[in-house]
Ligand binder design. Structure first.
Ligand code: MFK
Length: 553
């Protein structure tokens, strides 16, 4: 009889996730957790069973663009994949954006929102992208206090009615690139009916959105980011036609293929300034900081999915006379990716906690400073971890990991974008330096880490505390030596920022492990902290020579 291998499967993603359950018990008031537990269980079922199955069935469907009607009329219609159409409904009905704005659970509303997304998004084929931008647009309209636009768009962006809910795009990238946004070439002219935009937006995620926030330079403004203005655009005119927008083509990407990313031509697109006629880059950073937080969660749920599949596989697959789960080397490999996954989880959720406290108006000045630095650190650290974990996970499946109809290659392909969009690792490392240039921010970060480490009382956590403290001291020393030498500071910025991100992760792992020991939740969290602390926390290397880099590059 020929052998047939049983494929890896998932269970309810809430019931099967001790880390999420422990974490929510630790940070949420008991009555609140009780009131949302059913919802968590339902989302766990949707993520692990219902949509995981649909995702596999929907594997070959991709969005399509039809530019012309049969008799030549330009229509630029995008047809979404079936799973995306269902994701639209679930997102509205479950309040995957709305929860943060309804704020039924006060400062905990962001944790609530992201916990639900964490449970389901890995099965929704990156529908998280338009949701991230929708959330970012809503936040930006609130922060910038444009009441006219907020009154018009917020009820749509945060609606729970699928037929009313809008999503938003974030059109930033032009042909000149996605990082140095201040060089954008799009022009805004005051014309018939108001401001009209002209130019090409080169990489617009989720081009099906009903609105977008975008940047353009009002004619006559100076160069650079300050001369750009932030504009609000509705993609269709009142009759349902395109608002001076042509979709040139959908991007042919290696991953996130369900996401209709497009090149757009703006030709007289009617737009409204969101907050004056300059400082566009500064104004869109409200949006970026939200989408970067979503990005960190995208990494966390992607890693969690990879590890969940590998763990199931390890119980089903036998080689050399035993289940993989019982092989010491396989366990060692899985432990490595599991520890990285737990670290990323804590960093992302801490960013959500701070965001929730800020929005509820209860954050201290110290917490707001931590939030500013933690956002780029979370984005850059978890993005890199996610790619490494996804790659390792595919290897755990052997050849099956690269065979398309197993659905497994998606784990890596859809993850690979996480260190790229929303600012590359280098750009985010420079943003971390930008954040630290503000008075008191580094001190606030040090306090954040030290206070977590001070919670450790169990001797088994001693080595973890030691490695976190020594990484923090090294980072502090490195910063004080290099702060006045811009070239050297920039050269080492990625190793420095990754060290801060990994140190924060270790500190959160330690605090969580102590809580688990104190509350009868066993030693898994302790094991995660210990393994993580042995996997490279301090990445700063003062011996790296800039001249060597120049020669090699
Ligand atoms: C799973 C879900 C994933 C989510 C998917 C979403 C998909 C969306 C697809 C996309 O749109 S990807 C495109 C994303 N593009 C970027 O992320 C841009 C990357 N480049 C940067 O972030 C650069 O750092 C930046 C464009 C911001 C640099 O521009 P400038 O003009 O050199 O900035 P400058 O002069 O340093 O800063 C201007 C002001 O903004 C300063 O304030 P002041 O005027 O008061 O001095 C800065 O402090 C402030 N600023 C910059 N970055 C900030 C910030 N403030 C707060 N937070 C930040 N992050």
């Amino acid at each position: 009889m020929d052998f047939i291998q049983a494929p890896p499967q998932l269970g309810n993603q809430y019931d099967d996730d001790p880390l999420l359950q422990e974490y929510l018990s630790r940070v949420l008031p008991k009555d609140m957790l009780g009131s949302i537990e059913r919802e968590l269980h339902e989302l766990g079922e949707l993520g692990g069973i219902t949509f995981f199955k649909r995702q596999l069935e929907d594997r070959l469907n991709e969005p399509t663009l039809t530019q012309f009607a049969p008799f030549g009329e330009r229509i630029d219609q995008i047809e979404l994949s079936p799973l995306w159409r269902e994701a639209q409904r679930v997102a509205a009905e479950r309040g995957l954006v709305a929860l943060a704005y309804e704020r039924r659970n006060g400062e905990h509303s962001r944790v609530h929102q992201f916990a639900l997304n964490y449970l389901v998004q890995a099965s929704l084929d990156v529908y998280s992208c338009p949701l991230a931008m929708t959330d970012g647009a809503a936040r930006t309209l609130v922060e910038l206090g444009n009441h006219e636009l907020a009154d018009r768009a917020l009820p749509r962006l945060t609606s729970r009615d699928p037929s009313r809910m809008w999503t938003s795009g974030q059109w930033m990238t032009e042909r000149i690139g996605g990082s140095d946004v201040g060089r954008s070439e799009a022009i805004a002219r005051l014309g018939a009916g108001g401001w009209r935009l002209h130019g090409t937006k080169w990489f617009c995620s989720a081009a099906t959105s009903e609105m977008a926030l975008t940047l353009a330079r009002p004619e006559g403004n100076k160069d650079g980011g300050r001369g750009l203005a932030l504009f609000y655009v509705e993609t269709r005119d009142p009759k349902g036609g395109m608002n001076g927008i042509q979709i040139h083509r959908l991007k042919d990407k290696m991953g996130t293929r369900k996401l209709p990313t497009a090149e757009l031509r703006l030709d007289g697109t009617l737009a409204k300034p969101v907050a004056g006629l300059q400082d566009g880059v500064k104004n869109i950073t409200f949006m970026l900081n939200i989408t970067r937080t979503w990005n960190a969660f995208g990494a966390a749920w992607g890693m969690r999915r990879a590890v969940a599949l590998v763990r199931d596989w390890a119980r089903r697959r036998e080689a050399f006379g035993a289940r993989l789960a019982d092989k010491p080397l396989f366990a060692d490999t899985v432990a490595g990716i599991a520890a990285e996954t737990e670290g990323a989880f804590h960093l992302a959720f801490r960013a959500a906690e701070l965001l929730g406290r800020h929005e509820a108006g209860v954050a201290t000045e110290q917490e707001n400073r931590v939030a500013r630095i933690l956002t780029p650190l979370a984005k850059l650290t978890t993005g890199k971890q996610a790619v490494a974990v996804a790659s390792e996970a595919l290897e755990c499946f052997g050849g099956a990991g690269v065979v398309e109809d197993t659905g497994l290659p998606l784990l890596l392909r859809d993850t690979h974008v996480l260190p790229i969009w929303e600012g590359t690792t280098d750009v985010l490392s420079l943003d971390a330096l930008r954040a630290l240039a503000a008075d008191g921010t580094f001190q606030a970060f040090v306090y954040e880490v030290q206070s977590r480490l001070a919670m450790a009382r169990d001797a088994a956590l001693g080595s973890c505390v030691g490695s976190a403290r020594s990484a923090l001291d090294h980072a502090s020393q490195w910063l004080s030596i290099h702060v006045a030498q811009r070239g050297l500071l920039e050269q080492g910025a990625r190793r420095f920022a990754m060290t801060l991100g990994r140190t924060a992760e270790l500190a959160y792992l330690v605090a969580h492990a102590q809580w688990c020991l104190d509350h009868g939740h066993g030693k898994r969290a302790l094991a995660a902290a210990r393994r993580f602390s042995q996997s490279g926390v301090d990445l700063i290397n003062a011996a790296v020579d800039g001249e060597d880099s120049r020669l090699l590059a």
